[in-house]
Design a protein around this ligand. Structure first.
Ligand code: PLP
Length: 428
């Protein structure tokens, strides 16, 4: 038995499903998860010493490539000064200043330790600041695992949601209205009916948790306008797309200003840092200034902040995002060429350093279209690619991530592996 298999069996004895986060278990593609030993640049190595080109990048954080020497050095230095104090530090000021500088809609920011904490806190803040309970989210968007966000659409178009997880009381989701992504008309009717009761709209301005789906500009503009008209707070959940699609995130790319933003993934550079922030007048509702409670023992942890701050400095290098986008586009162009070459329903799309691959004719623009893609072919493609040493997300509903270390030869190797894999699985 391989080390991966042995580890997976052992892990399942003491850890539910053998993993500490469900998607890692390979349930939607089958087979044995790879247990990772180390990572460097664009590569990771599993327990059996097989090398892979990594397109997960820890689900986004590894934008500089794994184990960037400057990030490692900053962490090593921080560690020598003590691991955690439970008291404020200068580095947290620097981190906050950097975030506020790079994302102008954020006048004040609070650091937390996970994206889930960031969105959950932003939601409570929005409700506290507006003194309203109802919220709007969109089908297929993931905002972490807070109770009122684990919800799917109710039976009717404008009925409130039902829990998608057991353990979430229906009472906790009855204030959440779930609408279709990229559907402006639904937004209009929801606000027409409930406008004065809606605390906030929370959205991934580039959706990366139902594969990659880009929001249309009209969709984001409509929600911005409706929120302003009705005194509701617009929350951009940029935990994934922040500092991933552009410096300054999707809001910089689209030129739309949310009231609150949630950040995570990239801003921790691989360690647990996330944040939420926005208008100072809204942030003033947070404890200790206001009545909305939020706290964290390890919030702003000095070691984690050292990794985050160094990462934020390095991504400001001239042309960083131009190059990242170019490399991602080369990958996607390659995938699209092969789809045409082999005459199969296979296509890809990219934005900044994120991409999606789809087993369908055209790039999807809605959750419904994503669900119609060929899941069986994806599974086979995933495993064929893995055999070829290419590590893609083990689910057809996740985006892919490129790093600054995905140089031309890395992209070429990937495209060639994709051609071989697609030939194998379609017998062409
Ligand atoms: C990953 C993610 C989260 C949750 O972040 P965690 O750090 O996993 O808790 C929230 N929102 C979006 C858009 C994400 O991609």
């Amino acid at each position: 038995m391989s080390f991966n298999e042995t580890f997976f069996q052992r892990a399942q004895i003491t850890t539910p499903g053998g993993v500490n986060s469900p998607v890692r278990a390979f349930r939607s593609v089958g087979g044995t998860p790879r247990f990772i030993k180390k990572a460097e640049g664009a590569y990771i190595w599993d327990a059996d010493d097989k090398q892979y080109i990594d397109y997960i990048g820890s689900w986004g954080p590894a934008i500089l490539g794994h184990a960037h020497p400057e990030v490692i050095a900053a962490v090593q230095h921080a560690v020598t000064q003590g691991l955690s104090f439970g008291a404020p530090t200068e580095a947290e000021i620097l981190m906050a200043e950097e975030i506020c500088k790079l994302v102008p809609s954020i006048e004040q920011v609070r650091l937390v330790s996970s994206g889930t904490e960031a969105t959950m806190s932003a939601l409570r803040l929005a409700r506290g600041a507006t003194k309203r309970d109802k919220i709007i989210k969109f089908e297929g968007c993931y905002h972490g695992h807070a109770d009122s966000l684990l919800v799917k659409a109710g039976s009717g178009l404008l009925t409130f949601g039902n829990p998608t997880s057991s353990g979430v009381p229906a009472d906790f989701t009855k204030h959440t209205l779930v609408l279709d992504y990229n559907d402006c008309a639904q937004l209009e009717s929801a606000f027409q009916q409930f406008g004065s009761e809606i605390a906030c709209v929370i959205v991934e301005p580039v959706a990366g948790n139902m594969n990659l789906i880009k929001a249309t500009e009209a969709f984001l503009q409509t929600m911005r306008r409706l929120c302003s008209e009705h005194g509701s707070i617009l929350i951009f959940d940029e935990v994934m797309c922040g500092f991933r699609v552009a410096l300054g995130g999707a809001q910089a790319l689209f030129g739309i200003t949310p009231d609150l933003t949630a950040l995570g993934k990239v801003i921790g550079g691989g360690l647990p840092v996330a944040a939420f922030g926005g208008k100072a007048e809204i942030m003033a509702h947070l404890a200790p200034l206001g009545g909305v409670y939020q706290a964290g023992t390890l919030s702003g942890n000095p070691v984690a902040v050292a990794a985050g701050l160094t990462t934020l400095k390095l991504i400001q290098a001239p042309d960083f995002y131009t190059q990242l986008s170019q490399q991602t586009q080369k990958l996607v162009d390659g995938f699209n060429r092969i789809g045409t070459e082999l005459n199969i329903d296979f296509c890809a799309d990219a934005i900044g350093g994120m991409f999606g691959i789809y087993f369908c004719k055209e790039v999807p623009t809605s959750f419904e279209q994503v669900m119609q893609a060929n899941g069986e072919l994806f599974k086979r493609f995933f495993h064929a690619m893995l055999d070829h040493g290419i590590y893609l997300a083990p689910s057809a509903y996740e985006a892919g991530f490129v790093s600054a270390c995905h140089f031309d030869h890395v992209i070429e190797t990937t495209i060639n592996a994709a051609r071989e894999s697609l030939r194998q699985i379609t017998c062409k």
